[in-house]
Write a protein that binds this ligand. Sequence first.
Ligand SMILES: NC(=O)c1ccc[n+]([C@@H]2O[C@H](COP(=O)([O-])OP(=O)(O)OC[C@H]3O[C@@H](n4cnc5c(N)ncnc54)[C@H](O)[C@@H]3O)[C@@H](O)[C@H]2O)c1
Length: 339
Amino acid sequence: MANVVVTGGAGFLGSRLARELLAAGSVDVAGGGARPLARVTIIDQSPVPADLAADERVAVIRGDLGDLLDRALAGGHPPADGHPLAGANLIFHLAAAVSGECEADFDLGMRANLRATQALLASCRALGTNPVVVYASSVAVFGASGEHPLPAVVDDDTLPNPQSSYGVQKVIGEHLLADYTRKGFLRGRAVRLPTVSVRPGRPNGAATGFLSGIIREPLAGERVVCPVEPRTGAALISPARAIDGLLCAATSSGQAWGGRSAVILPALTVTVAEMVAALEQVGGPEASALIDWVPDPVVTRLMMSWPARIRAGRAQRLGLTPDPDIGSIIRMHLTESGH
Ligand SMILES: NC(=O)c1ccc[n+]([C@@H]2O[C@H](COP(=O)([O-])OP(=O)(O)OC[C@H]3O[C@@H](n4cnc5c(N)ncnc54)[C@H](O)[C@@H]3O)[C@@H](O)[C@H]2O)c1
C-alpha cells in the first residue's frame, strides 16, 4: 500500500497533486510497481480545501511543519503511530514561503523553508524506512552576479548562484536532501520548478506572481499591474506539467532518475510582450488595456537574475516536455477556471 504525505498540501500545487493522486487511486513509488493508495496525509498551516478534507483517505494535520516535526522528534524515539510521518513511504515536500515573502521577511523564509526542511529530513531519517522524498525546488537557485554571469541557456549542470533568500534556502534544501540520500536515510528527488503559470485564485507573494496575474486578472475583467518591461523573458510551466514533473520524480526508478543532483523541469520561454499578445488573442484589446505598466525595481532585479532559457536534459530523457506555447497554457487556464 502507498502511504503518501504532502507538506503544503493546502496550497496551489499541493492540493492539485493530492487530487491527482486520489483520482488515480494508486501510485508507483520509485519504479517498484503501482500500489493502491491507502492514505494521503496533508500537513499545512492553512485550511485544506473542503473536497480534499472530505475524502476518507485524507488525513489533515494543521500547523507549522517545523514545529510539528520538532515536537514529534523531541521524544527521541522512532516515529510510531500518531507521528505526522508514521508509515509514510512517499513524501512530497511542497510547504514553503514564496520568493517575495522571503525577501520581505528574512526570518519567515529561514523558518518555513530551511528549519522546516531540516526537521522534515531529520524525521524521515528517524522513520528508518528509506522513504522517497520529492522536494519542490525552484529555478530561483540560479542567478546572475558580477563575478558569475548567468549563461544564455541554463541546464542541469549550471552552477546554482542564488540571488534571493528564497533561492539560497532552496539550494540548501537540495544539498541536504542529496546528503541524506547519500547516507541512505531516504531517497531524495529534487525538482527545480520554473514559474508555474497560470496560477488560479488570488495573487500570492511570489515575485513572479504577475506572470499569472497579467493573464488571470484581465480575463476576469480586473485591472493588474505589470512590474517589468514587455521585453522581459520568463521560463514558464503550466500547472498540469508541473504536477507531471513532481509525479515523475516520485515514480521513476532510481536508475531512471539518474543521480542525487536536482532535475530542472522543461519550460516554455516567453517574453511578457508575447504573453500579452496571446492574452489579446483570447480576450481582445480590452483585456490587455487592463494592464497597468508600473516598473518595480525589486521585481525587475529578481526577474533579470533568473533564467528565461532552460535546457532540461534529464527531465526530457524521463519523457517530460515543455508546454507547446503560451496560447495553450491560457486555454488550459480558461477551461479549468470554468470560463
Ligand atoms: N508555483 C510556482 O510557480 C513555483 C515555482 C517554483 C517552486 N515552487 C515551489 O513549489 C512548492 C509549492 O508551491 P505553491 O505555488 O503551491 O505554493 P503555495 O503558497 O500555494 O503553497 C504552499 C503551502 O505551504 C504552506 N506552508 C508554508 N509554510 C508552512 C509551514 N511552515 N508549515 C506548514 N505549512 C506551510 C502554505 O500554507 C501553503 O498552503 C513550494 O515549495 C514552492 O517554493 C513553486
